[in-house]
Ligand binder design. Structure first.
Ligand SMILES: Nc1nc2c(ncn2[C@@H]2O[C@H](COP(=O)(O)OP(=O)(O)OP(=O)(O)O)[C@@H](O)[C@H]2O)c(=O)[nH]1
Ligand SMILES: [Mg+2]
Length: 443
């Protein structure tokens, strides 16, 4: 999914990261590349422009240039802005209120409405709802049959009727639902080749009468800006409540995904990347941005570690971790290497979910204090931290010009770190990434 876009952005980022010192001009050049990449991915022109403007403004306003990792900061801002562009938070379906909740599925011909309706029905069913699919496409020959088959496959009932009056079919379906235990109705409507007035009026009529809680526009992710324009037109007529992006498994360039929220002001609620039920996922802007940016943060962290650590050291350490024989000698070595990697907070920022670890508060001064404490320990103490009793703690504190509480804190930190490393061990990362991440002393 979106490989081309991701690869192109990664190339720009690599360039940015490689530069120790970054000037305003470097940023401008990098952003020009990002903009070109977005346009190549078929992102709406206006959307790409305001995206770049927003990133530029933040980058120049946030003292990025004087930070120690300016390249990283720019990438972080791009990530933030991308999450913003995609809508920030996941927006769930509104199914509350008096049952049955009604979901109307609309969109251009062949965009994947019927497939989506069946997938959604199945997901809702497995989450305990009792859905009914309504065959409201009476135009395309075999459309009703198709829904019937997909419904059977999903084990969800289908309401169908031999009538040429769509509004009547929908009305009857609702009546039937009210007389049964059905609590979600999903209307699969007819596709249009273009925005067509008569058909749009038909949808409007259903919408006005039934007032469905959700009016989902299904957009074919492969057709890029055409999908965005169609979404805009549907939204203008029908005031949609959300968007479903389909065919994200194909060689979609990503333009529709990145523009549609901004152009319509409506949230993307689902993405579908294949033809089975499992391929339908709720849309999370943060995750999606992560995909586009290639989980860049974790990768860049690994890259950073690669620069500072020597391969052999890393292997040695991994062996120790495997055997769980990581001790304070290693801790001391880690601190030395860590110094080469720059400020801790910037590293923390790069690990998803590590922000909370900041409470561990390892600042630069403490860094030196920690090193002094470690240097005041005997070899044996470093190899077997468990022997460091109260008397030894007092001696170490005196020797390093610190307090016993500092020594205690360090030993606690070391314990925490070992625990984190164990957790890291369990993370499903590539072998190489794992190896590098385990080298992070502050874990
Ligand atoms: N690869 C892929 N194909 C999909 C996806 N969703 C739907 N399709 C395929 O796209 C084609 C059209 O899907 P339908 O669900 O029939 O689309 P529709 O919008 O209901 O079409 P009309 O009712 O004719 O307007 C079918 O061949 C589906 O199998 C998807 O996420 N990925
Ligand atoms: Mg259909």
């Amino acid at each position: 999914m979106l490989e081309q876009l991701r690869d192109n952005l990664q190339a720009v980022f690599k360039n940015l990261r490689g530069q120790g010192k970054i000037t305003e001009q470097n940023i401008a050049l990098a952003l020009r590349d990002v903009r070109r990449t977005l346009l190549e991915a078929d992102v709406n022109y206006g959307v790409a422009r305001s995206f770049i403007d927003a990133v530029k403004e933040k980058a120049l306003g946030e003292k990025v240039l004087t930070s120690i990792t300016p390249g990283q900061q720019v990438i972080r801002i791009i990530h933030e802005e991308m999450v913003h562009l995609l809508g920030e938070a996941q927006v769930p379906l509104k199914l509350d209120g008096l049952p049955p909740a009604m979901i109307m599925v609309v969109g251009l011909q062949g965009s994947g409405k019927t497939t989506f309706a069946a997938k959604l029905a199945k997901q809702l069913k497995s989450s305990g709802k009792r859905p009914l699919l309504v065959a409201a496409d009476i135009y395309r020959p075999a459309a009703v049959e198709q829904l019937q088959i997909l419904g059977e496959r999903s084990d969800v009932p289908v309401y169908r009727e031999d009538s040429r009056d769509v509004l009547r079919i929908c009305r009857n379906a609702l009546a039937q639902a009210r007389n049964s235990d059905v609590n979600v109705l999903i209307f699969d409507t007819a596709g249009r080749l273009h925005i067509d007035d008569a058909m749009m009026e038909e949808l409007s009529a259903i919408h006005r009468e039934l007032k469905p809680r959700e009016l989902l526009f299904v957009a074919d992710g492969m057709i890029g800006q055409d999908a965005v324009n169609a979404a805009k037109a549907f939204n203008a007529r029908l005031d949609i409540t959300g968007i479903v992006l389909t065919k994200m498994d194909g060689d979609t360039r990503g333009g529709a995904a990145l523009s549609i929220r901004s152009v319509t002001g409506k949230p993307i609620k689902y993405i579908s990347a294949g033809e089975t039920t499992e391929d339908l996922e709720a849309f999370y802007p943060e995750r999606f941005a992560g995909r586009i940016l290639g989980k860049g943060d974790v990768l860049s962290l690994v890259e950073k570690a690669q620069e500072a650590f020597d391969e052999k050291e890393a292997e040695k350490l991994e062996k120790k971790l495997r055997k769980n024989s990581f001790d304070l000698h290693d801790f001391r070595d880690q601190l030395k290497m860590l110094k080469k990697m720059g400020p801790l907070s910037s590293l923390m920022d790069m690990i998803p979910g590590a922000a909370k670890l900041k409470n561990a508060e390892i600042d630069e001064k403490q860094f030196l204090r920690t090193a002094a404490i470690l240097d005041s320990m005997t070899r044996e103490e470093k190899s077997r931290p468990e022997i460091i009793n109260a008397g030894r703690r007092r001696r170490i504190a005196a020797g390093s010009g610190t307090q016993v509480s500092d020594v205690n804190r360090l030993l606690n930190q070391f314990e925490q770190m070992k625990k984190m490393m164990k957790q890291m061990n369990r993370m499903k990362l590539s072998k190489q990434a794992l190896q590098k991440m385990k080298n992070m002393p502050w874990n």
